[in-house]
Design a protein around this ligand. Structure first.
Ligand code: F6R
Length: 275
């Protein structure tokens, strides 16, 4: 697991956008796994800027969103479908048929979820999955207690998540109580995961997810099992990490190692690696 600490939200968003843009440039028909919520807004803004100013091309990119509220139509202003169009899709050249978001109105949720899993497989799997982390440690809507092998399914939201989401609705009654969500097992099959976290509210749970035990009580901790995870977080969100200095050291040394390996002397018989 690579942990990159950025000074603030802006730095986190720009770093994340660089990584996603690199995937899009290297593989123009890549499959992106996307998240909603407040965390990736800056990343999406930066991707839009790159599209408009640098010609970042999404015409062959396919996307799969992590989750959608169950019971909200796609045109509901609080649906994740609406959110994704408002904050990303309407501003880039993605083909509408390449956008996949769980159908919050699927009557037969079980059949829909199996189909969603099939569609991800048929698309060749997710190349990079963008993730935020919930206050209770969830990734997507895999609430505490979700199986770490879980697949896309209909999930009952916790009271904490319902309360967190209440700010977006005019009354508690309107806040969805269920969601269709990719499972932890589904997410772990992505080739790479990009976990973003910002703000002091995420500090404790991020430390649990990265440095705590792997547990279904903090489903983000399952990312420790994944061989290719990049965590990008700001100073505030990383304030409770015990190994923060080491993560920074790894980033510095990785850069140095790249320089040394690219140089004529090479590593072993060259000047060694000095900090
Ligand atoms: C959203 C999602 C959720 C959020 C998480 C953090 O698609 O899957 O897991 O990433 O609840 O939300 P924010 O970013 O609003 O703090």
């Amino acid at each position: 697991m690579r942990v990159i600490v950025e000074k603030d939200y802006d730095g986190m968003s720009k770093k994340a956008a660089q990584i996603v843009a690199e995937v899009v440039r290297e593989k123009p028909d890549c499959v992106l796994g996307l998240a909603t919520g407040s965390t990736p807004l800056g990343l999406y803004r930066e991707l839009i800027r790159m599209h408009k100013e640098e010609g970042l091309d999404f015409s062959r990119v396919k996307t799969f969103n992590l989750d959608e509220y169950y019971g909200l139509p796609p045109n509901h202003p609080q649906s994740y479908n609406y959110f994704m169009h408002q904050h990303l899709f309407d501003h880039i050249n993605i083909a509408p048929q390449n956008i996949n978001i769980p159908n919050g109105l699927a009557r037969d949720a079980e059949a829909f979820c199996a189909e969603y899993e099939r569609m991800i497989k048929d698309a060749g799997g997710i190349d990079i999955q963008v993730l935020g982390i919930g206050g209770d440690g969830h990734i997507a809507f895999n609430e505490p207690g979700s199986s770490l092998g879980s697949r896309t399914r209909l999930k009952t939201l916790t009271e904490e998540t319902i309360r967190d989401n209440a700010r977006f609705f005019s009354s508690m009654e309107e806040v969805p109580k269920f969601a269709i969500t990719m499972g932890v097992g589904t997410i772990l099959e992505a080739r790479r995961c990009l976990l973003l976290a910002n703000g002091s509210k995420k500090a404790k749970v991020l430390a649990q997810a990265i440095e705590g035990p792997i547990t279904a009580q903090v489903t983000a901790s399952a990312l420790q099992l994944h061989p290719n995870v990049i965590v990008i977080a700001d100073e505030e969100a990383t304030s409770e990490l015990k190994r923060k200095d080491y993560y920074a050291h790894v980033e510095r040394m990785t850069e140095k190692l790249k320089d040394i390996l690219a140089s004529a002397e090479g590593l072993i018989y060259g000047g060694g690696i000095k900090e």
